[in-house]
Design a protein around this ligand. Structure first.
Ligand code: AHR
Length: 648
């Protein structure tokens, strides 16, 4: 028998379990950070997705190393309108910045009124809304004289939706800005820049942003997609991966320092998922997003080794793990320490000053850092992990480090990773698993027997291989177990989070989207219901599960939120017949009966898609909760009963 005793809480039997079940405390504090989100630039999550930039390949840095066939003019067309005479070339002799080596040169011999220029088709077209304002910007350089430019938004037929003129002056690189307000809403516009006078003009960083980004930040995030993330009420945000963090080979490790500062000076890089990362959504924007969401930041850095699947070695069973030479580990480790200083250091520190220069003098209050992602537990990995871990512990003892235990819920890397973490007393480890819904239902007791004296768990990636209601309910049942074990599972995040239509490399995902539509899946609504109804205390012995049905298909939890005083009961019925749950709230003193009842139910295979985006939606109504009551949960349903309680 595993006795859990927390504080002075009384020990009682957890109702709904067989007589031989473990005894648990009547209530126990659970992690205030339990449910969060995992952001990785996979499936066009960042560029073409969350990052609100509408111009694709704005800096002419696409190359075949990003994707076969890509080049500096990918997504651009050469516009040679009317009888205009001249030429276009891609140059690199005197760039805007060494980190941004390519630019376009337009040489106009005779514009013949219409001019000569380039047209960008965005990420599958540029979606524009009438009545909204868009910020255009561009860097240009003209050798001599002033050259007139015409900037237009055009629809797919070439109709002009908005336009403005600019005059590029002779001299060095200079940034030009304008505001464009289209007169129609279209899903597939393009941005045109025409040189309408004789001359030679160099162009780079041609950009178009909606003014309405999330919280209206410049260089900001797409408002509708980010609002969908905010609605999950995440307590933390993990970034930038996933495999993206440890990269495809050493030259592809995610280097946070290359993602901050003016966007034209950031270093673009090949994305491990086969496209291009501008780093426009970089570490500053990630920290800012966390702050906007009221979530803790959880950056993950490579443990001085690349992904073991580097170079496509997964095809032959790995290991393509590449290691930072030991001679370079001091510098690599310093980069990790600098990251913490960037987030938390005073403005007088080297890296805190850079944060302040970006417009955020106050610290971001970083508390967690992940070191490594699903890494093969080689000696080389361990040696490097320990160097980084020791350095972080020594300089920043208040930071909680998260280690890594492989890509599966069991196996060699899992066992060895856990043993290594316990040996070093790593505060938390990052478990990952993608399994069938039946696995999630059958493994509801996984964490009940975890040793509370060892490292705690961050369930950093999990999903049940599908987006049906049944998948979502299997995850909901599992999440009740995460709440029950919220003392040992401190953090959990579904993965992956976002996937763009026609660019989805990994299924399932939590949210699907295209340029104008956001489709939250059934799994999303489960995450949202748990995030919006999180608690700070787990209350055992409140819900009795139905006894007439296979235990695997039903699950329940009861939590209390100390801030509001509300009691929240969650009932999951992942089976095909209605089931009675008994709820006993009699121990909560001063509780009133005013409650809300949210049901999320439907056919087992129901699924939200672009064609049927609202196939399953939660429904909320007022409810009167008795002190003792039986609630019959519909087939295939999650029910959340939130009872107004007493604060304190
Ligand atoms: O979530 C997608 C991928 O799955 C992550 O990049 C990786 O960590 C895991 O294998």
């Amino acid at each position: 028998m595993n006795l859990l005793k927390i504080g002075t809480a009384a020990l009682v039997l957890l109702a709904g379990l067989p007589a031989a079940a473990q005894k648990v405390a009547a209530s126990k504090p659970i992690s205030p950070d339990l449910f969060g989100i995992f952001i990785e630039d996979i499936n066009y999550t960042a560029d073409g997705g969350l990052y609100a930039e509408l111009v694709q390949n704005r800096s002419f840095e696409y190359s075949p190393s990003d994707q076969g066939g890509w080049h500096p003019l990918t997504s651009w067309d050469y516009l040679h309108e009317g009888y205009a005479m001249g030429s276009l070339s891609v140059e690199s002799a005197a760039p805007l910045h060494a980190n941004n080596p390519h630019y376009v040169q337009l040489r106009v011999e005779n514009p013949f009124q219409k001019g000569l220029g380039i047209k960008n088709s965005g990420f599958d077209g540029i979606a524009l809304k009438a009545g909204e304002k868009y910020d255009f910007s561009m860097w240009a350089r003209v050798k001599a004289g002033a050259v007139p430019l015409l900037v237009q938004l055009r629809d797919a037929k070439g109709t002009i939706l908005a336009e403005t003129t600019l005059s590029a002056k002779a001299g060095e690189w200079q940034q030009y800005r304008a505001m464009l307000a289209p007169n129609a809403s279209v899903p597939d516009a393009s941005l045109v820049v025409l040189v309408t006078g004789k001359g030679v003009v160099d162009l780079d960083m041609i950009s178009l942003f909606p003014q309405k980004t999330f919280r209206n930040h410049p260089n900001g995030l797409r408002a509708d997609l980010t609002q969908a993330l905010a609605d999950l009420k995440p307590r933390f945000v993990r970034f930038p991966g996933g495999c993206l963090a440890h990269g495809d080979g050493l030259d592809n490790l995610y280097d946070w320092k290359k993602t901050i500062g003016p966007v034209e000076q950031r270093v673009a890089q090949r994305n491990i998922w086969g496209y291009h990362q501008t780093a426009g959504l970089g570490y500053f924007e990630y920290f800012q997003l966390c702050e906007d969401l009221g979530a803790r930041a959880l950056p993950v850095v490579a443990a001085g080794v690349s992904c073991q699947n580097s170079g496509g070695s997964w095809r032959i069973g790995g290991t393509g793990q590449q290691c930072v030479p030991l001679a370079d580990m001091a510098a690599y480790t310093q980069d990790v320490l600098d990251l913490i200083e960037y987030a938390n250091g005073p403005v007088t520190s080297t890296w805190g000053a850079k944060r302040a220069a970006a417009g955020h003098p106050a610290p971001f209050n970083l508390h967690y850092i992940g070191i490594g992602n699903e890494d093969k537990q080689t000696l080389e990995f361990r040696e490097r992990f320990k160097l980084i871990y020791d350095a972080v512990q020594a300089k920043y003892p208040a930071i909680e480090v998260i280690g890594t235990v492989g890509p599966s819920p069991k196996g060699d890397d899992f066992e060895q990773g856990w043993a290594f973490a316990n040996q070093l007393n790593v505060p938390l480890v990052d478990e990952h698993y993608y399994e069938n819904p039946e696995w999630f239902l059958a493994n509801n007791r996984r964490y009940d027997s975890y040793d509370r004296s060892k490292s705690k768990v961050y369930l950093g990636e999990y999903a049940s291989r599908g987006n049906t209601l049944f998948n979502a309910l299997a995850e909901a049942a599992y999440m009740t177990s995460l709440e029950r074990n919220g003392d040992v599972v401190r953090l959990a995040s579904y993965a992956p989070l976002l996937a763009k239509e026609n660019h989805t490399q990994w299924n399932p995902d939590l949210i699907y989207f295209n340029n104008s539509t956001v489709v939250p899946t059934a799994n999303y609504y489960v995450q949202a219901l748990f995030g919006q109804n999180a608690g700070t205390e787990y209350c055992a012995n409140v819900v009795s599960l139905p006894t007439t049905v296979a235990a695997d298909t039903v699950a329940a939890s009861c939590v209390r939120d100390a801030q509001s005083g509300d009691i929240i009961v969650k009932l999951v019925n992942a089976g095909g017949s209605a089931q009675p749950f008994t709820v006993d709230l009699s121990r909560f003193k001063g509780m009133n009966s005013v409650a809300t009842l949210t049901t999320f139910a439907g056919p087992k295979a129901a699924q939200n898609t672009f064609a049927t985006p609202q196939a399953v939606l939660p429904q909320t109504k007022a409810y009167k909760a008795g002190r003792n009551f039986t609630y019959t949960a519909a087939p295939y349903s999650l029910t959340v009963i939130r009872v107004r309680g007493k604060r304190g």
